[in-house]
Design a protein around this ligand. Structure first.
Ligand SMILES: [Zn+2]
Ligand SMILES: [Zn+2]
Length: 280
């Protein structure tokens, strides 16, 4: 998953005790950077914080603590000199959009648009990136909302190469590619701040019926009568939708079920109140 604002992402993961994706490694990586950069924690304390995070977010943690703790140690070490990214989005310009639309194939247009967004994000992250995209083609096509077999994927990528929109490295075992048609000097006409459904962002720009999920912001196909509000994931999870409450005693923010209108204190303060009430 491509995360633009890692600081916001980390704060959300900590607040809701949850990680994103099939396994927590990417979340742990970002949290490790967050704890060092934003909380100024030492290596040992970061490791402890990540262990606590897994304890509260991963059911399986207690059955394989040692394996996870070893993994945490490696992640924290590797993240030591890595930067926490806070990027809001990328701008697409008139010139770039013109080149994409001249492809005259909705599939290739979506692919070119997706690669353009990824290349521009790379340029924002690394000053010397120069338009390179280094991501698994499977993931690229998923974001572009194009389903096809592996060999079809490479065929489509090479068409963009033949048209001069992509360049490839000389070495055969390097599968990265460089987007050649970035033009930041042309007029900005679109801002992309969510990388989950880049193919649909493009179709929405062309006037397609797509709506942003009210809960998580993901772009999904709208229905005919225009009443759709949530993506499938969020529509299914309605009962556990959360909201943030500020504790009336200590001011700490914590999450409760959105239907909970009673809780006014965090767990800690609730227990303190209970104790003092019992004493009276
Ligand atoms: Zn959603
Ligand atoms: Zn409190």
């Amino acid at each position: 998953m491509i995360i633009l604002n890692e600081k916001e992402f980390a704060e959300e993961c900590i607040m809701f005790h949850r990680f994103y994706g099939k396994n927590p490694s990417q979340t742990l990586w970002i949290l490790a950077k967050y704890y060092r950069e934003c909380e100024g924690m030492t290596t040992k304390n970061i490791e402890r914080a990540l262990q606590n995070f897994l304890r509260s977010s991963l059911v399986q943690y207690k059955y394989s603590e040692q394996i996870w703790n070893d993994r945490i140690e490696k992640i924290v070490k590797k993240a030591k000199n890595a930067k926490l990214y806070q990027i809001d989005g990328v701008s697409i310009t008139n010139d770039e959009m013109g080149i994409i639309q001249s492809l005259n194939s909705k599939v290739l247009e979506r692919l070119a648009f997706t690669l353009l967004c990824l290349a521009k994000l790379g340029n924002k992250k690394y000053e010397t990136n120069n338009g390179w995209v280094n991501l698994d083609s499977k993931e690229i096509f998923k974001m572009a909302h194009i389903s096809c077999k592996t060999d079809e994927r490479y065929k489509k990528i090479s068409i963009l190469g033949e048209k001069g929109l992509l360049e490839f490295p000389k070495s055969a075992d390097n599968l990265s590619m460089r987007v050649t048609f970035i033009n930041d000097n042309s007029e900005k006409i679109l801002y992309i701040s969510d990388f989950r459904e880049l193919g649909l962002e493009y179709l929405k720009y062309l006037g397609g019926n797509y709506v942003r999920c009210k809960e998580c912001g993901k772009l999904v196909k709208g229905n005919k009568n225009g009443t759709r509000k949530f993506c499938n994931d969020c529509a299914g999870y309605t009962p556990i939708r959360k909201k943030v409450v500020t504790c009336m005693d200590c001011g700490k923010e914590f999450a409760v079920s959105s239907k909970d209108n009673k809780t006014k204190r965090c767990q800690e303060c609730k227990e303190k109140t209970k104790l003092s009430n019992n004493r009276e």
